[in-house]
Design a protein around this ligand. Structure first.
Ligand code: GLC
Ligand code: CA
Length: 550
């Protein structure tokens, strides 16, 4: 365990090659036993995160919120929800993370607030045409009585993206836009007051020492002039089709934010959640005067197949390299089916997924999924640039499929009347100790989503010290990644392998991923890491090896 105070923080452009570990506070560690993870819980587990070998943390929202969308519905951007702790707990977390040598970035949610935000409450109480209403996107309805929504936009979570309000005297009023749940009204980003609000949110957290922000729905803030109907030819849940995604005007926001960050020093960063394809368009968000990085969702959505992988890696290096930024890499987060399950099915992940549940057609193969996930992670962590890990993937956690309908929480499930399961399956509280209540998530056994029995075997304490475990695999990968400088390195494709193989050199490490069913020949050299046991001179199916060549 690293000693407190003894670590120094990485250099100013740390994000370019960092491994960031995403903590989803509700499901990480619960200190008071109410079944919901909290900040004191996170602080108590920081030694384990430092020990894993990552460079930084990203925390999903812990702000004051009615939790209609698990905290992405913010009622006060500058305070902590009591279920997660207090503002001083958050300050202590930032300080303690730094003492462990971990940078820490937090979420900022600028596209929408909660309907419980004082601004929205005031807007509801105010008159049409008032200053209070002008902070959100209120519009008159269509039809003679205005009882049809202003346009045909749909919520990402299903159902219409508009909800009608009643005026104070009870008469029917205008509609407000919500690209997500009805409890998440979209801000009007043409209003300077909204710009001012978010300036103050950024400085509030920068003043408390955060190292940067993950920007939620970064591609959604500005909507097309006149709010035209969407052409519903292609509608990937979070793609860039549609008059509400990736409008040119969003970039001015991040150009200003970058200046705010720079006024705090050269080591503060912004990461875009922008589901924008192709990557060359996503790369606009990380031009030298905007954000510092963007989640590479093109990579996340790629299956574990050699040709597809080579092509997305080339596309990523070209797109982000083209704007002078290393790429990021990511396989899992709190919105998608965990990759240990995804790679064991034909499930195609695109944006906010339909999820997998008991009635889904996909019947994932758990063993194959985990085997491919280990190989996929080893490939990812060898790539130059920065990588994001999602809590629990280091334990090889699968998506939890058997969540009873009456325990589900994702608004997607309710807004689609159960047609789409949504994201609860990747958000189940993670297991720390096989034999403890709630597998060590707390001491009472409470858990806001039910944990499956399979978590016993995968609990952290069962994996520590077992060289075949996924936890020890991650630790080795991160150790060698650091030691060999892979994040700062560069990629040279290696020839002479079968078409099912992805092979490249990064410095003096050769990385060979056999994505196929047949064993393939292994190059000479010392094996640093392998994702499945090696019997002979071959690399087995669905296996990645790192080989030291010089
Ligand atoms: C982002 C978040 C997701 C949330 C949505 C609305 O996509 O990652 O969890 O539901 O934005 O804020
Ligand atoms: Ca708690």
């Amino acid at each position: 365990m690293p000693a407190l105070q003894s670590l120094s923080l990485s250099p100013a452009d740390w994000w370019n090659h960092a491994v960031l570990y995403q903590i989803y506070p509700r499901s990480f560690a619960d200190s008071n036993g109410d079944g919901i993870g909290d900040i004191p819980g996170i602080i108590s587990k920081l030694p384990h995160i430092a020990d894993l070998g990552v460079d930084a943390l990203w925390l999903s929202p812990f702000y004051t919120s009615p939790q209609k969308d698990a905290g992405y519905d913010v009622a006060d951007y500058c305070n902590v929800d009591p279920i997660f702790g207090s503002l001083s707990d958050a300050e202590k977390l930032i300080e303690t993370a730094h003492e462990y040598g971990l940078r820490i970035i937090v979420d900022v949610v600028p596209n929408h607030s909660s309907d419980q935000h004082p601004w929205f409450q005031k807007a509801l109480a105010a008159k049409p045409g008032s200053r209070e209403r002008a902070r959100y996107m209120f519009r008159e309805g269509k039809g003679v009585a205005g009882d049809l929504p202003p346009n045909n936009w749909e919520s990402v979570f299903g159902g219409p993206a508009w909800t009608r309000v009643a005026e104070l005297d009870g008469s029917p009023g205008p509609w407000y836009l919500h690209l997500f749940d009805a409890s998440q009204p979209d801000f009007e980003w043409k209003n300077p007051e909204v710009w001012e609000l978010f300036r103050s949110v950024l400085t509030f957290w920068l003043d408390r020492g955060v190292d940067g922000f993950r920007v939620d729905v970064a591609h959604g803030l500005i909507k097309a002039e006149g709010l035209p109907d969407e052409e519903k030819l292609h509608h990937p849940p979070l793609g860039n089709n549609g008059p509400f995604w990736d409008q040119e005007g969003v970039h001015a926001v991040y150009q200003e934010w970058r200046k705010i960050l720079e006024s705090y020093g050269p080591d503060k960063m912004l990461c875009a959640e922008a589901w924008v394809m192709p990557l060359a368009k996503m790369a606009h968000y990380v031009r030298s005067d905007e954000m510092h990085q963007a989640f590479n969702f093109g990579y996340l959505a790629t299956s574990f197949e050699a040709e597809a992988l080579r092509s997305i890696i080339n596309e990523s290096l070209a797109a982000f390299g083209g704007v002078g930024s290393p790429s990021t890499w990511v396989l899992s987060n709190h919105d998608v089916v965990r990759h240990a399950t995804r790679l064991g099915t034909d499930f195609v992940s695109q944006g906010q997924p339909t999820g997998i549940g008991p009635r889904s057609p996909e019947k994932p193969d758990a063993l194959l999924g985990l085997r491919k996930a280990r190989a996929a992670t080893a490939l990812m962590l060898a790539l130059p640039g920065s990588a994001y890990l999602y809590q629990g993937e280091e334990l090889g956690l699968p998506e939890v499929i058997d969540i009873p309908d009456d325990r589900r929480k994702d608004p997607t499930f309710f807004r689609t009347h159960g047609e789409r399961y949504g994201r609860d399956g990747c958000r189940v509280p993670i297991p720390w100790e096989a034999g403890a209540p709630a597998y060590g998530f707390n001491t009472t056994g409470e858990s806001w989503l039910p944990q499956p029995q399979a978590f016993a075997e995968l609990a952290r304490d069962n994996q520590v010290g077992d060289p075949d475990s996924t936890l020890e695999l991650y630790r080795s990968l991160l150790r060698f990644r650091n030691q060999e400088g892979l994040g700062k390195g560069s990629l040279v494709w290696l020839d002479g392998f079968s078409s099912d193989v992805v092979a490249f050199a990064n410095g003096s490490v050769s990385v060979v991923s056999n994505t196929g069913e047949q064993p393939t020949a292994r190059p000479d050299g010392e094996v640093l890491v392998t994702t499945t046991a090696l019997g002979d001179e071959m690399i087995p199916a669905h296996t990645t090896v790192w080989i030291k060549t010089a």
